[in-house]
Design a protein around this ligand. Sequence first.
Ligand code: PGA
Length: 277
Amino acid sequence: MSNVSKKPRGVFISGNWKMYNGQSETAGFFKELRAKWNESLSKPTLDAIKAKNIRAMVIPPNISLEKALESARGLPVEVGAQNVHWEKNGAFTGEISGPMLKEIGINTALVAHSERRQYFGETDETANKRLESLLKQGIQVIFCLGETKTEREAGQTEKVLLKQLDSGLPKPGSEGANFLDGRLVIAYEPVWAIGTGLTATPQQAEEAHQFIRKYLWDRFGMAASAKTQILYGGSVKPDNILALLECPNIDGGLVGGASLKPESFLALLEGAGKTLT
Ligand code: PGA
């Protein structure tokens, strides 16, 4: 018997491909995914995906976006973008905009991934500009935040999350706050766990997720807090996803390495299915 109420917001599995999977690899991924879909996923998982209690997404590099959309046709796998400028157009060499994404049928984007913060000058301020602008344009945002190893070891995790939330999210009562109605997804990604094989323990992750949930409640009220999905990211793998998703405030995963191969992506979806049944 299904027990969907265990996950009132459903489960969202999103694969951040980073700078992997060009067009031919993207086509190959979906060809294999399609071939293995029915044999790899159990009936309860397939039913949960059909009922939209599990949402599946891949987030390829820009050059592979259209190939992913085309190759995913007919499969319940959405496609999102990794980074988008806040302006709708302009002299911003190397950037893409919200309207450009919407034109090809993409309605979700990552904002402020730690690799953008670390290597490409993303700040709390630019993250906020991006987030508010995209939400206003009707693009769903997956807003990433998390502490470094040094910050965790110095006992500053909550302080860092608080600062990232305070500066990244719209101000309470502002126009932007109206968009916190489920359109915003938050991804807690401790920097020390990304691509390192070190996963936060379910307890460490749940503590951070509870902190974020409470923050949303205090600043934006019960409805925003209850509707916002909070994903965990940082070395999520098929063998640890179940324990993470069993935590009440973990609503899914933002997964890098383990989302690149169809077999492992399917195993993540199957893990998600297990938490609902
Ligand atoms: P990882 O990446 O799963 O390879 O640790 C997660 C992310 O950066 O989103």
